[in-house]
Each structure stands twice: as structure tokens, then as C-alpha cells.
Design a protein around this ligand. Structure first.
Ligand code: UFG
Length: 326
């Protein structure tokens, strides 16, 4: 297949490009390199352009015939979205709308969308299923929720079919240490903890210790990036068989608290870095864990790396390799 991967120079998108390339697919990456890196694109051709640029997109779509689009490009930092909502609605919503419009105009009918567990907001029941109410509690979640709505309506009105994958907390890195989270200002817990272990940060802040959870810190469902990519490959296969549009959770179905993750990072790295208890971070739900029955049942997804130790080890190997380049 010939596949357009937006955000293919970023953390998760670059793992997708690697897997597609290794399987012999023809890949074109569309990325403005705002948070992505040219050297993370291991296969295919990189088009450095912005999704706000309809002319660039039209030009590309009129010269290349894509069998599918996988849309990863987005801003992803929850608390930044609270401070700068327009940035999130512009990039995550409005630019996604441009891309969907380009697909419709050029007859691309297969669409994979990187959605998020943040669409659920503060779930009333955990694990949270795809049928749970969608009540985001931050602009990041809303921006993704709004794209899901567009896809649902467009899919109803046209021949476009999509799979929306709702990612839980993606972490870990390529087993061969070729790819990983590279962004200098990364804010995610495992990355920040590892960079603190390396001495790149003075201390790790635990954001909130008064949540209604067993140890007072937030609980998340951490999924290894390669299991997530496998879910995308299965979703692509599902759509190529002509199956209907569908939404799937991507998580393992159990969670770890912030304190548990930090302890595991100390154990893996064998470094006892400084940890500071701090106030809550804006926009954080207390617990979010996936009900992953649907993706297992309907796509035959079988996670291979449901192991926090492995997730942190692969991320640690990557951070050590990056060390000195950040
Ligand atoms: N945390 C800290 N200290 C840090 C960084 C994070 O205590 O330095 C805490 C956060 O407050 C949160 C937990 O660790 O409780 C996880 O935070 P991350 O920033 O790693 O990830 P988020 O849960 O905020 O967000 C991620 C994705 C979203 C997705 C969400 C679903 O970025 O796309 O998981 O759970 F929606």
C-alpha cells in the first residue's frame, strides 16, 4: 500500500513509518518538523510542510495516489492545552479538518486517526469502554473529540471509512534503540523521570498526591509504543477488508500510579534521583485505564509488551543513547 503518515517524524508516527517500511509499504511522511526530526524517518520520503497549508496538501495529493492516510500529527501536552487552547484547536482540530477535506477531494477513503483516552475526561467507571460518555476535561481532549465527530459525520456522508484509536499512555521505545521520544521539552512521566535519572533535570515533580487513589497519585494505563503500532497495522488491515468505521481503545486494561512508575524507573536505572511532591497539574484526571476487550475481540490484537519493566528498559536504553544530544 501507499500510505501518507502525518507526524511521521514524531515519536509514535516514526515507529509507524518504521513498521510500514519494514513490511514493504510505500510511505510518504508529512511533517512540519515542529516537534519531529528528519532523522527519525527511517523509511520513505519526507515532505516538510504544514497541515494548515492546503496548497501544499493539494499539490501532494494530486501527484501521489494514497491508499490510506494515518494521521498522527498533533500537539499532545495536556496542561499546555489548558493554557493555550487556540494552539490545540488550530493544530489538532482545524488542521485535521484540512486533511480530511483533502482526502475527500482526492478520493482517499481509508483514514487512521490517533485519538486519545483524554476524550473520556474523568471516566465514571474504570476500566473505561468505548461506549462511555465522551466528556473531555481539557482542550486537548476536546480537540481530539471534535475530530472524531467530524470523522463520524464524514464517514456517514461519504465513502470515507476510518478507525479512531484512543491511545492511553504511550511509552517505551524501539527494541533496537533506533527510535524513541526525542523531543527536548518532553513532559511525559516516564521520559521526564529517565531524564532526571540522567541528571538532565534536578528533580522529578509528582503532580498531586491528594487524589482519590490508593497512594494519592494519578493512575494511568501505560502501553508500549510497539503494541500500539501493531494496533494500527491491524486497523489498516481491518479497513482494507472493507469493514465499517470503528473506534478502539488502545491500552492494557490495568494501571500504575505515578509513585509506582517512579519507583520502577529508579529500579531499572539503579539511580535514586530526587523526587519532589508538588501540587496538581491542571487538566489531569485521577484514574484512566482502558477496557481493551473490543480491540482484542474485533481486531485480534494481542499485546506483546504488557510489562512496565520492559517499557521502561526500552525507554532507558533510548534515553542513554540520546544523552548528550539533547
Ligand atoms: N506526572 C508527574 N510528573 C511529571 C510528569 C507527569 O507527576 O513530571 C504525572 C501527571 O500529572 C499524570 C501522570 O504523571 O498524573 C501521567 O502524565 P503524562 O504527562 O505522562 O501523561 P498524561 O496522562 O497527561 O497524558 C497522556 C497522553 C494523552 C492521553 C493521556 C491518557 O499524553 O494523550 O495520557 O491517559 F490522553
Amino acid at each position: 500500500m501507499k500510505i501518507l503518515v502525518t507526524g511521521g517524524a514524531g515519536y509514535i508516527g516514526s515507529h509507524m513509518v518504521r513498521t510500514l517500511g519494514e513490511s514493504g509499504h510505500d510511505v510518504v511522511v508529512y511533517d512540519n518538523l515542529s516537534t519531529g526530526f528528519r532523522e527519525s524517518v527511517l523509511y520513505g520520503r519526507l515532505v516538510k510542510a504544514d497541515l494548515a497549508d492546503m496548497t501544499a496538501m493539494d499539490e501532494l495529493f494530486s501527484h501521489e495516489k494514497f491508499d490510506a492516510v494515518a494521521h498522527f500529527a498533533a500537539h499532545i501536552v495536556v496542561d499546555e492545552s489548558v493554557r493555550e487552547p487556540v494552539k490545540y484547536y488550530r493544530n489538532n482540530f482545524s488542521n485535521a479538518l484540512n486533511l480530511v477535506e483533502a482526502c475527500l477531494r482526492h478520493g482517499v477513503n481509508t483514514f487512521l486517526f490517533s485519538s486519545t483516552a483524554a476524550v473520556y475526561g474523568m471516566p465514571v467507571a474504570v476500566p473505561v469502554s468505548e461506549e462511555a460518555p465522551l466528556v473531555p476535561i481539557n482542550p486537548y481532549g476536546w480537540s481530539k473529540r471534535m475530530v472524531e465527530q467530524v470523522l463520524q459525520d464524514v464517514s456517514h456522508a461519504s465513502g470515507l471509512r476510518y478507525v479512531s484509536l484512543r491511545y492511553f499512555n504511550v511509552a517505551g521505545a524501539d527494541a533496537e534503540t533506533r527510535l524513541g521520544q526525542k523531543y527536548k521539552d518532553a513532559t511525559h512521566l516516564i521520559t521526564v523521570s529517565l531524564r532526571t535519572a540522567l541528571g538532565l533535570r534536578k528533580e522529578l515533580n509528582i503532580f498531586g498526591t491528594d487524589y482519590d487513589t490508593p497512594d494519592g497519585t494519578c493512575v494511568r494505563d501505560y502501553i508500549h509504543v510497539d503494541d500500539l503500532i501493531n494496533a494500527h497495522i491491524l486497523a489498516l488491515d481491518y479497513l482494507s477488508k472493507g469493514k465499517p468505521s470503528r473506534v478502539f481503545n488502545c491500552g492494557y486494561g490495568h494501571g500504575y500510579s505515578v509513585r509506582e512508575v517512579v519507583e520502577k524507573v529508579k529500579q531499572v536505572t539503579e539511580i535514586d534521583f530526587a523526587v519532589q511532591e508538588a501540587g496538581r497539574r491542571e487538566g489531569d484526571p485521577s484514574v484512566i485505564v482502558a477496557d481493551s476487550d473490543r480491540i482484542k475481540r474485533e481486531l485480534g490484537w494481542m499485546p506483546k509488551y504488557d510489562d512496565l519493566d520492559y517499557i521502561i528498559r526500552t525507554a532507558w536504553a533510548w534515553e542513554q543513547k540520546l544523552h548528550g544530544t539533547l
